[in-house]
Design a protein around this ligand. Structure first.
Ligand code: CO
Ligand code: CO
Ligand code: CO
Length: 328
């Protein structure tokens, strides 16, 4: 769903009135936070989607890593999950078993179990998780804590939506598929633990609204803006070439339509390159905003945790217009 459409629907919902909902839809963050008592806060999220790769086991792993990501983006610790499954009755059960095995193995890697779930008959398979976690009230990393002067660090390369579009069009090489799968199935757990230890100011994960959309959520209504150095952004090798061949998902255009008014581009960044930053990501990396003085500490924690993409891509600046300036 495009960001504009989603907003339109959410605006029609009745407002809720529960003082224990610490974070819900207003303002929306990566996951909901609910206070059980003074010391116990739970963080919960749900995510599922249709297969984006051909291998069912890989799809299961990716869907689980993606669903867990919003818990990590908030600074939470997942404790258990439930499966959400849609699967065609006529299809081989062996395929379904492989999808669920992928999810279970990824959950085990995250240190949690999948304690149940629900399956429906559906011609279009879908899989994901509802994940419950615990979070310390003083360590809730919302999207909104970013401060002028903060540096922005991204922990996975971009280009996933372009590559999954190429997979659908049978235009992706086996090498690039392998690379994309390994990036998508990587948990944001290690990056999240490093960001908590280093004391980040804000964090979100890069998913369906693309790099620009999620960065915009970080600066929206905060009297801040962002400056991004295009040359510092990490891209999966080969993604730009596929984009130049026209393998750009519809979601990138939808994101551009909604977010373009907030972006100023330096002239030397061409249209394809611009679309790469609107490209919807699946199980993308964390975008961490951190005080400049703590940047080296964060980088060393990320390195110790073997996070292999650690790119300082720009900074938060004072601005009344919530603008993202992208230069090179
Ligand atoms: Co998120
Ligand atoms: Co999500
Ligand atoms: Co967050």
């Amino acid at each position: 769903m495009s960001p504009g459409d989603l907003l339109q629907v959410l605006q029609q919902l009745p407002s809720y009135d529960d003082p224990n909902v610490v974070l819900g839809l207003n303002p929306a963050d990566d996951a909901a936070v609910y206070r059980l008592d003074e010391n116990t806060y739970i963080v919960q999220t749900v995510d599922f989607f249709t297969p984006i790769v051909d291998d069912p086991y890989d799809f299961g792993k990716i869907a689980a890593a993606n669903a867990l990501s919003d818990i990590y983006a908030m600074g939470g610790k997942p404790i258990f999950a439930l499966n959400i499954v849609a699967f065609p009755a006529r299809e081989s059960l062996d395929i379904l078993a492989k999808i669920l095995k992928g999810g279970a193995d990824k959950a085990r890697e995250a240190g949690i179990v999948i304690a149940g779930g629900h399956t429906i008959d559906d011609p279009e398979p879908k899989y994901g998780l509802c994940v419950t976690g615990l979070i310390k009230s003083e360590l809730i990393f919302t999207k909104k804590g970013a401060k002028p002067g903060d540096l922005l660090i991204l922990t996975k390369p971009l280009g996933i939506g372009i590559i999954t579009t190429a997979i659908k069009g049978e235009a992706a090489s086996s090498d690039i598929i392998k690379e994309a799968v390994s990036i998508m199935e990587k948990l944001n757990k290690d990056a999240s633990e490093a960001m908590i230890k280093a004391g980040a100011s804000a964090c979100t994960d890069i998913t369906g609204f693309g790099f620009i959309g999620h960065l915009h959520e970080m600066i929206a209504s905060g009297n801040i803006g962002a400056e991004i150095d295009f040359s510092k952004l990490p891209f999966i090798e080969g993604a730009l070439k596929l984009a130049e061949e026209g393998l750009i998902p519809g979601g990138a255009y939808k994101n551009r339509k909604f977010y373009a008014p907030y972006v100023e581009w330096e002239k030397n960044i061409n249209e394809t390159e611009q679309l790469m930053l609107y490209d919807p990501q699946t199980s993308g990396g964390l975008l961490i905003s951190i005080n400049e003085e703590r940047k080296d500490l964060l980088i060393s924690h990320l390195r110790n945790n073997r996070v292999d993409t650690i790119n300082v891509v720009g900074r938060i600046v004072e601005s009344e217009s919530e603008k993202i300036k992208i230069w090179r």
